[in-house]
Design a binder for this molecule. Structure first.
Ligand code: SAH
Ligand code: AVI
Length: 327
């Protein structure tokens, strides 16, 4: 344990909550044709680790592009936000965060950091790692699901709420609207949201980012099957599913799927279910939507936010948008 400012962890997801949520998602998503499972189930400790590996791959440009934007503009973002507390949704390794923490700190405002994530052990380790470099910064981690627990994030201080990495693109349009609207309802008028979104570009480049040569993304994709095996006693054989990254031109999103290599039946004894896959049948595991700057502004406006700044639109790779609730 590092001495210094306090580190606390509030947990709003017990193992029972997780099991109930997974049971609901499996019964809803796997029972019939058109199979799907929400991407939140990628992120056990191994899934979070695999995502970190993805961020270093040559093909996966979003993390580097967002980091460059933060290196160039974090100071201006901090000036505009005048926040004393950084909240980070889907914080993961809390890595790019450091650029925001440094910028807020250089203005003399920073009082606390609140990373929020569903991945309990990974979040604890990341928060502990951060304390090695920010010994005087109180870190209050929150374990929860951003679809259900936004209202559990303490409203202390003047907050900048960061949602980086393009994770908002893993939500479908209806989920995005509800998420942004719910978030808005938890925010004071002077607080800001910093939203990272991946931008539309050459589909070949996007597909390569989700189908890397080393196969790390394929392992990340298959990890959801290991999570189902572990949490529900299912008997998925991950190597009997191919990784597929498909660009859906009409929806302007990547679809990650797991395609059954053969006719097979998977038992999920804890739910009393058997799931039949035909050869070539897909399980949709994630969408990752790509945006235009105008679309981001429009979606934010639809959830009662007003844009205070956008960075990255001219490079066309990745976009950071700062927004405030409009009164
Ligand atoms: N923000 C980091 C990590 C992005 S990966 C970055 O930019 O690199 C997506 C993160 O969101 C993971 O850490 C995952 O555990 C978390 N996450 C995914 N779905 C979530 C949910 N429903 N509620 C809370 N966290 C979630
Ligand atoms: C976390 N999220 C923004 C990543 C993405 O790019 O949609 C997850 C990911 N899936 C495959 N590679 C990375």
């Amino acid at each position: 344990m590092t001495p210094g400012a306090p580190l606390s962890v509030d947990v709003h997801l017990s193992a029972d909550d997780l099991d109930a949520a997974l049971e609901h998602d499996v019964r809803t998503g796997l029972a019939g044709p058109g199979k799907s499972i929400p991407p939140v189930w990628f992120y056990d400790e191994e899934g979070s680790r695999l995502f970190e590996e993805i961020t270093a791959l040559p093909e996966y440009y979003p993390t580097r592009a967002e980091r460059r934007l933060l290196e160039a503009h974090a100071h201006r973002i901090a000036e505009l936000a005048t926040a004393d507390t950084l909240v980070e949704l889907g914080a993961g390794a809390c890595d790019k965060t450091r650029l925001l923490l440094d910028a807020l700190s250089s203005l003399g405002n920073l009082r606390a950091y609140r990373p929020f994530d569903v991945s309990d052990e990974f979040l604890r380790a990341a928060a502990e790692g951060l304390r090695q470099d920010y010994a005087d910064l109180p870190v209050h981690a929150v374990v929860g699901d951003f679809h259900r627990h936004l209202d559990r994030i303490p409203r202390e201080g003047r907050r900048l709420i960061a949602f980086l990495g393009g994770t908002v693109g893993n939500l479908d349009p209806g989920q995005r609207h509800r998420f942004l609207f719910d978030l808005n309802c938890t925010m004071a008028a002077e607080e800001c949201l910093l939203l990272g979104t991946d931008l539309l570009k050459d589909p070949d480049r996007i597909v390569a980012a989700y189908d890397d040569a080393e196969g790390v993304t394929a392992e990340f994709n298959r990890n959801v099957l290991r999570v189902l095996n572990h949490r529900l006693g299912a008997d998925f054989e991950p190597d009997q599913f191919d990784h597929v990254a498909h660009w859906n031109e009409a929806e302007r999103w990547i679809e990650m799927r797991l395609r059954s290599r053969r006719d097979q039946t998977v038992a999920i004894p804890r739910l009393g279910m058997e799931v039949r896959f035909e050869a070539g049948e897909d399980l949709l595991t994630e969408i990752s939507a790509k945006f235009t700057p105008e679309q981001v502004a429009t979606e934010l406006a639809g959830a009662d936010f007003v844009v205070a700044g956008q960075w990255g639109a001219e490079q066309g790779e990745f976009l950071l948008t700062l927004a405030r609730p409009c009164c």
